[in-house]
Design a protein around this ligand. Structure first.
Ligand SMILES: *Cc1c(COP(=O)(O)O)cnc(C)c1O
Length: 230
């Protein structure tokens, strides 16, 4: 069942890449396993997917301990400063940095553990008032302030697009985030790599790929609906 879902997702990714004349290798699929059991992760690991996304620090740490195969764990959910210390040496990439204070804390805890943590800046590109993330205008000033922190590595941008019935409605937001990503990349800022654009979820990842996503985060499309009550 999960393997069939994955095959379907893979087919959709390939088709979107074909439409956009992009190579499949340009897009990393992150299987979003939040709320899902270890057996589900093991099943998908057998298919050579090695990137998994979690939105809670505790759950990521538990799964990190229990899965023995090599996995790139992505923290995709909001991160509180008091939880940073648990995650800096476990996350392959933190997608949700949206304040100076958080970047500073990640830098501090990463130094203690002698690691360099790759991060993305989360942007509220659709200006939704319920979401975390920086306003578009805040991104560059924040980069300028944190770029010299030596235990973090800025790799790009992330957004959570609005929940919509028709994925085409999010195309404009993906276009806008891509443009911001390119504008920043063209500045060639010291210590800023800008090779990662994390956008697109189950409802809209094909559109996101067409608009330049290098990482898509797919949960429901692979693992089925989530039950938050268990
Ligand atoms: C849950 C989650 C996803 C995956 O959502 P689906 O719609 O199930 O694919 C992607 N990104 C973030 C930040 C999430 O919290």
């Amino acid at each position: 069942m999960l393997k069939e879902n994955l095959r379907e997702v893979e087919k959709n990714i390939q088709e979107a890449c074909d439409r956009a004349k992009r190579a499949r290798e340009e897009v990393t699929l992150i299987a979003v396993s939040k709320t899902k059991p270890l057996e589900d992760i093991e099943e998908i690991l057998e298919e050579d997917v090695i990137d998994f996304g979690e939105n809670k620090v505790q759950e990521l740490c538990d799964k990190y301990e229990k899965i023995s195969r090599p996995v790139n764990w992505h923290l995709i959910g909001h991160l509180q400063t008091n939880k940073v210390k648990y995650i800096v040496d476990k996350a392959a990439l933190i997608h949700s940095v949206d304040s100076y204070k958080l970047a500073e804390q990640i830098n501090k805890e990463a130094k203690k553990k002698n690691v360099v943590v790759p991060i993305l800046l989360q942007v509220n590109i659709a200006k939704e008032d319920t979401k975390f993330g920086l306003e578009r205008e805040e991104v560059l000033p924040l980069i300028e302030k944190i770029k010299d922190m030596d235990a973090i590595q800025i790799r790009g941008l992330m957004t959570i697009a609005p929940f919509v019935e028709n994925p085409e409605e999010n195309r404009v937001h993906f276009k806008n985030l891509y443009q911001l990503y390119i504008d920043i990349r063209e500045k060639s800022i010291n210590n800023v790599i800008m090779d990662t654009l994390s956008m697109g979820m189950t409802g809209d990842y094909q559109v996101a790929i067409e608009e330049g996503a290098t990482m898509i985060r797919v949960g429901t499309g692979i693992f089925g609906e989530r039950n938050y009550k268990i």
